[in-house]
Design a binder for this molecule. Structure first.
Ligand code: GDD
Ligand code: MN
Length: 376
């Protein structure tokens, strides 16, 4: 076929019913919500060829089973079941990349977002007025009245931080409800973080002012079934994202958490050393070894719960991981001391040499842990 008469993606999808819009729905324990959402999508998107991609992180309540049931009845429904991985942002990215329509929307499964806005959002992208459309609670006509006081305060604080620190210009960067042009998303995707909750904030902060953006108001509803997965860890994720974007990805949240756990490890080490020496009269070399062992163990546990909680080791894998972690850290100690010695050799400043060694140790332990202990 000659290029001039080749139909563009939009005309082609209208003619063939190929999806014009991919709706991506991250799910974790949303068994009672997915069918309702599917029916609502079906009603509201009647005039637009669409598909829906559910991305489920192996929900214990069997959400993926329900989605599979839907997919068997309707080929527009697809289910990605991820095993051994957790995380809202990562699920959204994977869902968008697995879909193929020229426009992709992300919407929560729990019916708190307003799917009736989708046709309007598609219209704004199709007309070329926008490349990104954000469902916004904080513009005229939108609201988040269903939030309790503390959640409302946290949301406002995070929004302020995002605007001031990351120079994000939209009213509701913390929203999880948006639609974006596929080509624009694919360009940004390699820079997005799969960790955390705030995919939209990541998108707007990464694109800076390069995405023509329009906000449409919506009312954040209340949850009918199941419960929110937002916990206090989400605040940490948020800070990590802000930091990563500020430092142009030089400092990642994972590395920071790893380093923070390492500092806690130092305190654990010294405390153990002190207790062994003072209360149990253990000779220094043994006390020091005990300190190192206790600190490595507590570092491993903390990292497994915090730093790598999206890839947490469970069951038998914990023991294997712990032994590997001991090994990694022991080699890391050599790297630490080696670097400290050579720095001290050239410049006998104790704190500089000590800090360089410690930094080397952390970087080594971090890199090797990611390779061998919590590998994807
Ligand atoms: N696949 C996957 N993996 N999905 C997840 C995960 C996960 O680890 N955690 C949560 N989800 C899904 C939920 O099943 C739901 O469909 C959606 O992501 C939102 O999660 P909720 O637990 O309902 O979060 P929320 O209501 O507190 O937060 C929402 O509001 C925020 C605005 O304040 C989310 O939409 C946020 O993105 C939004 O920023
Ligand atoms: Mn919710």
């Amino acid at each position: 076929m000659n290029d001039a008469i080749k139909p563009g993606p939009e005309t082609l999808s209208q003619a063939t019913g190929l999806p014009q819009l991919s709706v991506v729905v991250p799910t974790f324990n949303e068994r009672d919500n997915v069918t309702v959402l599917y029916r609502r999508l079906e009603a509201t998107l009647a005039g637009i060829p669409w598909e829906v991609v559910f991305v489920d992180d192996n929900s214990p309540d069997g959400t993926w089973e329900v989605v599979r049931g839907l997919a068997r009845q309707d080929p527009r429904v697809r289910c990605i079941r991820r095993i051994g991985r957790r995380g809202l942002s990562g699920a959204c990215i994977e869902g968008i990349l697995a879909s193929s329509a020229p426009y992709a929307a992300v919407i929560d499964a729990d019916l708190q977002h307003d799917e009736t806005q989708l046709p309007k959002m598609v219209g704004l992208l199709q007309s070329g007025e926008a490349e990104l459309v954000v469902g916004s609670r904080y513009i005229e006509g939108g609201s988040a009245d269903s939030f309790n006081k503390s959640r409302a305060g946290a949301s406002q604080l995070a929004t302020e931080v995002a605007k001031r620190v990351l120079k994000v210009e939209i009213a509701d960067p913390m929203s999880g409800f948006f639609m974006i042009r596929r080509d624009k998303f694919e360009q940004l995707a390699p820079q997005l973080s799969t960790q955390g909750f705030k995919i939209l904030l990541d998108i707007v902060a990464t694109a800076q002012d390069k995405l023509r953006t329009i906000e449409v108001p919506f009312t954040f509803g209340s949850r009918q079934h199941g419960e929110s997965k937002l916990d206090s860890m989400v605040a940490l994720d948020f800070l990590g994202l802000v930091l990563a974007k500020l430092t142009h990805d030089v400092v990642s949240l994972r590395f920071l958490l790893f380093a923070m756990v390492g500092s806690i490890g130092l305190i654990v080490h010294l405390t153990t050393l002190f207790i062994a020496l003072e209360f149990f009269n253990v000779p220094f070399p043994e006390a020091q070894a005990a300190g190192a062992l206790v600190a490595m163990t507590s570092n491993f546990i903390l990292n497994n719960f915090l730093t790598y909680r999206d890839q947490r080791l469970k069951g038998f894998a914990i023991l294997r991981g712990l032994l590997l972690f001991y090994l990694v850290c022991s080699v890391g100690l050599f790297a630490n001391v080696g670097v400290a010695f050579s720095v001290y050799d050239q410049e006998p400043i104790w704190w500089l040499a000590g800090a360089a060694g410690a930094l080397m140790g952390v970087v080594w332990n971090y890199a090797m842990s990611g390779l061998f202990v919590w590998r994807k």
